[in-house]
Design a protein around this ligand. Structure first.
Ligand code: AP5
Ligand code: MG
Length: 213
C-alpha cells in the first residue's frame, strides 16, 4: 500500500504516519526527517537544506525529488510506504506520478489531515522532536515518560529551529500557496480522503484506519 499524507505544517502528518507505518508494516518516509538527519550530521545536503528550512521555505524541487526517489527505490519500500511531507508542490507530485507510472504502479490513498491555521500555531510551540529516531512529542498532549528524553531511543529532545512562531507563520503561507493545491490534484485523481485532524490523535487514527481498511 502506498500512501501520501497531506496537511499543513503541524497538522499531525508525522504523528499519524508513524502509527500507520507501525500498523501496516510499511516504512515511514519523511523528507523533513531525512533533511534534519543530514543537518545533524552536517552533510552538504544538510547544509543546503538548512538555509531554506530555517526560513520556513521549501527546499528546491530538484534536490527533494532526487532524495525521495532514491529512498523509495530501496528494498524496504517494495511493499509500499507512507510518505510524510512529500509531495509538497505540483512539480513533486507529477515527478512521483511519472516515476510510479513507469513501474506500472500508483499511489493508493492521499490522506488530508485537516487542521485550521489557528490550532497549528498553538501545537507547534509545544512540540518536541527526536532527531535520532524521528519520534514526536507534545509537552501537553503527548509528553515523553522522562522530560526532555525520547522514550524510544533515549536521545535528548529538541524544539525544532523552524518551530518559532514567525517561522511557523511563513511555513503556513508557503503551505497555502504551494502545497494546498495538491488537495485538488489528488481529488481529481480520485484518491483523496479527508480526516478531521483537530480530534484527539487516536480518534484521527481510527478514522484513517477506516479508510485504509
Ligand atoms: P516537515 O518536517 O515535513 O514539516 P511540516 O510539514 O512543516 O510538518 P511538521 O513536521 O511540522 O508537522 P506534522 O504535520 O508532521 O505534525 P506532527 O505530527 O509533528 O518539513 C520541514 C521543512 O523541511 C519544510 O518547511 C521544508 O523546508 C523542508 N521540506 C520537507 N519536505 C519537503 C518537500 N517535499 N519539498 C520541499 N521542502 C521540504 O504534530 C505537530 C504537533 O502536534 C506535535 O507536537 C504532536 O505531538 C501534536 N499533535 C499531533 N496530532 C495531534 C492531535 N490530534 N491533537 C493534539 N496534538 C497533536
Ligand atoms: Mg512532521
Amino acid at each position: 500500500m502506498k500512501i501520501i499524507m497531506l496537511g499543513a505544517p503541524g497538522a499531525g502528518k508525522g504523528t499519524q504516519a508513524i502509527m500507520i507505518a507501525d500498523k501496516y508494516g510499511i516504512p515511514h518516509v519523511s523528507t523533513g526527517d531525512i533533511f534534519r538527519a543530514n543537518i545533524k550530521n552536517n552533510t552538504p545536503l544538510g547544509q543546503e537544506a538548512k538555509t531554506y528550512m530555517d526560513k520556513g521555505m521549501l527546499v528546491p524541487d530538484e534536490l527533494t525529488v532526487k532524495i525521495l526517489l532514491d529512498r523509495v527505490a530501496q528494498d524496504d519500500c517494495k511493499n509500499g510506504y507512507v510518505l510524510d511531507g512529500f509531495p509538497r508542490t505540483i512539480v513533486q507530485a507529477d515527478v512521483l506520478k511519472d516515476a510510479l507510472n513507469k513501474l506500472g504502479d500508483h499511489i493508493d490513498h492521499a490522506i488530508n489531515v485537516d487542521v485550521p491555521d489557528e490550532n497549528i500555531i498553538k501545537r507547534m510551540s509545544g512540540r518536541r522532536a527526536c532527531v535520532k529516531c524521528g519520534a514526536t512529542y507534545h509537552i501537553e498532549h503527548v509528553p515523553p515518560k522522562k522530560e526532555g528524553i525520547c522514550d524510544n531511543c533515549g536521545e535528548a529532545l529538541v524544539l525544532r529551529d523552524d518551530d518559532k512562531p514567525e517561522t511557523v507563520k511563513k511555513r503556513l503561507d508557503v503551505y497555502h500557496e504551494q502545497t494546498q493545491p495538491l488537495i485538488d490534484y489528488y481529488n481529481k485523481e480520485g484518491i483523496l480522503k479527508n480526516v478531521d485532524g483537530t480530534q484527539e490523535m487516536n480518534k484521527v487514527f481510527e478514522d484513517i484506519t477506516k479508510i485504509l481498511g
